[in-house]
Write a protein that binds this ligand. Structure first.
Ligand SMILES: *Cc1c(COP(=O)(O)O)cnc(C)c1O
Length: 371
């Protein structure tokens, strides 16, 4: 059995659907390929599902974060506290606007931003915090939001990987204002291309994001530029495709959660062998990726590879240790938990279309390594 980590058949069941969408948009007399009625319909559907007053579709998750940071008028002289163990956009979107990303360490087990370290980093210049949900676990939003409230900071919730997750009854993307989802292929509601959204309850913020995504225009007056903006527009074929995939989304999430439950049971006995599985349960869980923390990671990885089980290592080098952020890595500061997470995490497949036999094979292969 060979199970690649990044499956080539992720959208196999939807191939005909995608071709239909392409034909439908391509032959529509409207000939509108971006920001048309299908994009508006997808935005409306996501408003209804999440309860957000507004959802604005844009070019990607990174685009959504950029528009959110920009719409909050964060710029030179401002600081935004971001997780040290994460993908680049949490820091690059801040730095690209001339502001300073300040890196907080993460929880050693769940690998999400540590609220205590976040609070220690608040300065007179801090304007916002940008927690991101990571792998299977939502960030500790109740604590992070109270840090933000105490210091009068905005919370930009990077829910790129956590669409559909719910913590204490509140959906991911709705704990911060703004919140952001990504539709990059491997994300929970991933697609066969690019896309993302900004969620907000604030009319002013929504208006700013809407303008910024299309060169500062208001959507009515062509070539009237209220602000200096971007091209971060949404594709109509992708909108049509996502609308067709939306009804199956809950089932795909449920399948991921069930696989995670099964993994959790199989891996619990490995705790004293240097293997930490993600915390189990459903509250605040997203199961975008299932990442184990393993002392003998490289050995386990090689063993699984020999057995045909693909794995993936996320963020081996923390953001503040990257050459790109050398100027932002405060001298003398260290991020021990981010470093350790980079050395120990090993993601195993958790795709919703895996068969039960494949899931069992993956779990057994991990367990056999420790026998
Ligand atoms: C994927 C991701 C993004 C960026 O989304 P894109 O759609 O790939 O631009 C931002 N933040 C996190 C945490 C992500 O995982």
């Amino acid at each position: 059995m060979t199970i690649p980590f990044f499956p080539p058949d992720l959208f196999a069941a939807d191939r005909d659907t995608l071709l239909d969408c392409l034909y439908e948009v391509g032959t529509d007399p409207e000939q509108k390929f971006i920001l048309g009625r299908r994009t508006a319909e997808l935005e409306q559907a996501l408003r209804e599902i999440t309860g957000a007053a507004d959802v604005i579709a844009c070019g990607s998750g990174t685009g959504a974060l950029t528009l959110a940071v920009h719409a909050l008028r964060i710029g030179p002289g401002d600081e935004v506290i971001v997780p040290a163990f994460c993908c680049q956009p949490v820091a690059s979107t801040v730095a690209n606007l001339g502001a300073t990303p300040v890196f907080a360490d993460v929880d050693p087990w769940t690998m999400v931003m540590d609220p205590e370290d976040t609070e220690r980093l608040v300065s007179e210049r801090t304007r916002a915090i940008m927690p991101a949900h990571v792998f299977s676990v939502m960030a500790d939003m109740p604590k992070l939001n109270s840090v933000a409230r105490r210091h009068g900071l905005a919370v930009i919730e990077d829910a790129a990987v956590a669409q559909g997750a719910v913590l204490d009854g509140v959906p991911a993307g709705r704990w911060g204002d703004p919140g952001v989802f990504s539709f990059f292929q491997v994300k929970a509601f991933g697609t066969a291309g690019e896309g993302g959204v900004v969620l907000t309850d604030k009319p002013d913020l929504a208006r700013a994001v809407r303008m910024l995504r299309n060169h500062g225009q208001d959507g009515t007056h062509r070539f009237l530029h209220h602000r200096i903006g971007y091209n971060s527009r949404f594709d109509e074929v992708i909108a049509a495709f996502q609308l067709k995939r939306l009804p199956g989304f809950a089932d795909r999430l449920e399948r991921r959660a069930r696989i995670a439950e099964y993994y959790g049971e199989r891996f619990a006995p490995l705790r004293d062998r240097g293997v930490q599985a993600p915390p189990s349960g459903r509250n605040g869980r997203c199961y975008y990726v299932y990442s184990l923390l393993v002392d003998r990671r490289e050995d386990l990885r090689a063993y699984l590879s020999e057995r045909g089980v693909g794995t993936h290592v996320y963020y081996p080098v923390p953001l503040p240790r990257q050459p790109a952020f050398a100027a932002h890595a405060t001298a003398g500061r260290t991020w021990p938990n981010a470093e350790r997470a980079g050395l120990r995490n090993l993601a195993i497949p958790i795709w919703p279309h895996l068969t039960d036999a494949q899931v069992e094979f993956i779990a057994s292969s991990v367990c056999e390594f420790f026998e």
